[in-house]
Design a binder for this molecule. Structure first.
Ligand code: 16G
Ligand code: ZN
Length: 532
């Protein structure tokens, strides 16, 4: 059982401030100087989660992704490398808001009782962190929580978020039929680079890509990865790789900046015809971009990546003679209307739309044999069901062409990080597809033209009064708002707009798209005024 005295003594060292903490879509996330007590309790919770799962290894990642350097946060990773089970988000919130030793012990007891925890198998927790200056002290708070709750802690050091997810899955599947890989950072690079080399074999060498790493953890990790790849096979120039100068992380750079500002990051001057991409601060998001001959910036976001991946996989499945495998795409309401149209009409791929947040997309993608999921913001991956993996592994080829396709499909399942969106792995997948198609970014972009779109953030008195349904595309409260919104939208060609409360900021977001830039702007403003 737990040593109550130990928890009590340790909790006195991590006083809880008067803040309402919520474990949301991004875990806990806020200004780093408010997070000491939260990390301590995340330590306790991670231990409880591991006890609950008979000592399976749980992960904790300390990062605030694309948010400013002063922020930080923490997320728990479940045994298969997935996001924490939703029911436990409530326990996380409960514990975080327990303000003294007595309340903490009470919250712990209640979680133990509600989930039926036994302690005999022990608890194992691994953790990693990004490049933020606040990580060092937050790691100590986390360790205090883990030790107080009697878990065995293992510090994996500086990691990208997807690397930590990978490690958790590897550790928990080691020695089973389902083994995911070597549970080391090196194992991760070897797995990805081997698959990448297999897929690039015999394909034209691409010109070097320029990768903006947002001055975050992606920079040293990509540099490490490059050591496993011969320059003649593939080369990348890393920009925004300064992880030591204060204030640089995510500053005017990274996937979130490029997607929301629709322009190139600081430190990348776009030469027409070349390829560029951006990771975010913890390297789980990816967007591509390029300049055309006139020097005009073009974005290739998560929707474009999903379209590229879905088409490629469908073709490969066909060539490999495993047509029984169905491919589906999962999007959110933010997906550009043109992308949904392209996927459903032109590619004839089933498309589902779900609530914002990776856990929702991931869950839905599991319903397909091959589920391609991407948020427009560049977070996504491809999931292969156990049956699909088995089919791909066991099918015997009848022709050399089929043999090659099967080999490539197998390599693709190794190349793609199936635990969570992974900027490095996703980038390698895109590079493979471009090499196979012998396409430039511009040729890839020609699949469809994005409708002009605009995202407006509206600060309101109380965002929680905005309730939605239909994957956030319909407002149900305040009553009557949807009817007013519909009336406005109907005045615009190809108009579409929706309103939802942000899960990460104290604001309401308005999304609008329409046939032209001007119409889009008018639509967005009109809907924002409705909300305000
Ligand atoms: C979080 C989500 C991201 C989502 C964003 C929406 C994860 C790992 N991250 O960052 O997927 O797009 O929230 O933010 O799930 P919003 O609710 O403020 O619009
Ligand atoms: Zn991120």
């Amino acid at each position: 059982t737990l040593d109550q005295q130990k928890i009590r003594a340790a909790s006195d060292l991590h006083p809880t401030p008067e803040v309402n903490f919520v474990y949301g879509t991004a875990g806990f996330r806020m200004r780093a100087d408010m997070l000491d007590s939260v990390l301590f309790k995340v330590g306790i919770l991670a231990a409880l989660r591991s006890y609950k799962l008979n000592g399976a290894t749980i992960g904790v990642m300390i990062t605030a992704s694309h948010n400013p350097e002063e922020d930080n946060g923490a997320k728990l990773v479940d045994p298969r490398g997935e996001m924490l089970e939703q029911a436990w988000e409530v326990y996380a919130t409960e514990l975080a808001n327990a303000r003294d030793a007595d309340s903490i012990l009470k919250a712990v007891d209640s979680i133990v009782a509600q989930t039926g925890i036994t302690f005999d198998k022990g608890a194992n927790v691994i953790y990693g962190y990004d490049t933020r200056p606040s990580c060092a002290s937050l790691v100590k708070a986390l360790e205090d929580g883990l030790n107080a709750a009697g878990a065995k802690p293992t510090n994996f050091g500086l990691k990208s978020t997807p690397q930590l997810h990978y490690l958790v899955r590897c550790i928990n599947t080691a020695g089973t039929n389902d083994a995911y890989g070597e549970p080391t950072e090196e194992g991760y690079y070897i797995k990805l680079s081997e698959a990448f080399k297999t897929l690039m074999k015999g394909k034209p060498t691409l010109s070097p890509i320029t990768v903006d790493c947002a001055n975050g953890v992606g920079a040293p990790k990509l540099a490490d990865f490059l050591k496993y790849i011969d320059h003649d096979v593939w080369a990348a120039n890393i920009v925004n790789d300064d992880i030591n100068t204060k204030g640089k992380l995510n500053y005017n750079a990274g996937a979130d900046y490029v997607k929301t500002q629709q322009k190139a990051p600081l430190g990348a001057t776009l030469a027409p015809g070349e390829r560029y991409c951006s990771f975010d601060g913890d390297a789980d998001r990816l967007v591509y971009y390029y300049a055309d001959e006139a020097g005009v910036f073009h974005l290739l976001d998560g929707d474009k990546i999903a379209g590229l991946a879905a088409m490629f996989i469908m073709d490969l499945v066909k060539s490999a003679g495993v047509d029984s495998i169905n491919v589906g795409v999962v999007q959110t309401a933010y997906a550009n209307g043109s992308s949904t149209q392209y996927l459903t009409k032109q590619c004839q791929v089933p498309v589902s739309c779900v609530n914002t947040g990776v856990k929702h997309l991931h869950h839905e993608a599991e319903k397909y044999d091959v589920g391609v999921y991407f948020e427009a913001n560049g977070h996504g991956t491809v999931l292969f069901s156990p049956e699909a993996l088995n089919t791909i592994k066991t099918t015997e080829s009848k022709t050399p062409a089929q043999n090659t396709a099967l080999k490539q499909l197998r390599a693709l399942t190794e190349l793609i990080n199936q635990t969570v969106g992974d900027a490095l792995s996703d980038m390698l997948m895109v590079e493979v597809i471009l090499a196979h198609r012998n396409w430039t970014c511009q040729e890839w972009d020609q699949a469809y033209t994005d409708l002009p779109n605009r995202l407006v953030k509206v600060v309101v008195a109380n965002r929680y009064i905005f309730k939605t349904t239909n994957a956030e595309r319909t407002v149900v409260e305040p009553e009557g708002l949807q009817a007013e919104l519909d009336a406005i939208v109907s005045k615009y060609n190809n108009g579409r707009s929706f309103v939802r409360a942000s899960g990460t900021e104290d604001a309401v977001r308005v999304y609008a798209e329409a046939a032209t830039r001007t119409e889009t702007d008018y639509l967005a403003i009109a809907v924002a005024q409705l909300v305000y």
